[in-house]
Design a protein around this ligand. Sequence first.
Ligand SMILES: C[C@](O)(CO)[C@H](O)COP(=O)(O)OP(=O)(O)OC[C@H]1O[C@@H](n2ccc(N)nc2=O)[C@H](O)[C@@H]1O
Ligand SMILES: Nc1ncnc2c1ncn2[C@@H]1O[C@H](COP(=O)(O)OP(=O)(O)OP(=O)(O)O)[C@@H](O)[C@H]1O
Length: 330
Amino acid sequence: MTEPRTPEAAESVLPGGVPDRVLVRAPGKVNLALHVGPLGADGYHELATVFLALDLVDDVLAERAESVSVHLTGEVRDDVPLDESNLAHRAATLLRDRSGITEGVRLTITKRIPVAGGMGGGSADAAAALLACDALWGLDTPWDELLALAAELGADVPFALTGGAALGRDRGDRLEAVPASGSFHLVLVPSEDGISTPKCYRALDLLRQEGALPDPELPLAVADGLLAALAEGDAGALAAELTNDLEAAALVLRPDLADTIRAGAFAGAIGGVVSGSGPTIALLTGSREAAEEVAKTLRAEGRAALVASGPARGAHIVNDHELDSDGGPR
Ligand SMILES: C[C@](O)(CO)[C@H](O)COP(=O)(O)OP(=O)(O)OC[C@H]1O[C@@H](n2ccc(N)nc2=O)[C@H](O)[C@@H]1O
Ligand SMILES: Nc1ncnc2c1ncn2[C@@H]1O[C@H](COP(=O)(O)OP(=O)(O)OP(=O)(O)O)[C@@H](O)[C@H]1O
């Protein structure tokens, strides 16, 4: 296994001095495997997880301003806070305070990743804001320092910076890149109502305390078969290896999710699993065309369905010519 690669964006801050505005794109993720250890004294669980970054992305535009503020493009929504609790706001403030500068930034988020969906959407925005502010303010922060700031913001934030496919240990924030061949194609079925991440971890602890689930097998380990399937680009083998310890907890909180996984199988998906802490269901297919077909079938049944592929790049600066006419990824 190799160290996570440093994205070009982290090294190639815009030429010609300090820019007026910087646009950064960051990926949502699924956990192909998520093994959860016991609750630690710090309130976190030890993890062994395999992340896959997806081309389902959020964009964060950073523009010069006197103070830090967060805005959203598109319709008004009440599930994303715009105050200092927004993860992008926290990221900008953390970087500013640690750098000892007094500048502000106007952050505008284009949200595509389902909110509170277990796909690391807020984490993507935090990673994007870190990278965008670093370039806007001309800080050129070393990559390792950006990763450390990311880990302070949340367990999923470092992976949103690195992207690709990676093994996550400790809180899920100690990353090792893992090889992946070709692309894997998924259908994501989001839910209207999110699941709170801490609530899902608590539900798992409770199931284990009650004896409804066995204690985790220690040391936590990711199956060799899963890593081999990833490395070989073998979607069929990967489908058989999908696993998530939080799935049982998410199903207690949202029993209807079992129907969604079943509906995915009927529609032609070769594997299905709760994404992270849920409630988004990640369905694996054998090709982009197959994913489009599965999504079409699910939509005809009245379910929401998004098609996405991975591995995708981590947070990176986007130039205008890389955007389509709607401002979305080309
Ligand atoms: C479920 C996953 O998405 C899988 O990748 C992550 O573990 C969650 O990552 P995240 O949302 O970035 O998590 P954080 O914002 O750091 O933590 C939110 C809460 O989730 C719980 N948490 C998170 C990560 C972890 N390894 N153990 C935990 O118990 C803790 O209660 C924590 O207070
Ligand atoms: N930029 C942001 N985007 C979305 N939610 C945010 C953001 N900043 C703060 N939040 C808050 O964080 C909560 C969790 O949002 P998020 O979309 O990150 O969940 P998630 O994808 O389930 O997280 P994870 O998979 O990392 O556990 C939201 O309910 C919202 O109140």
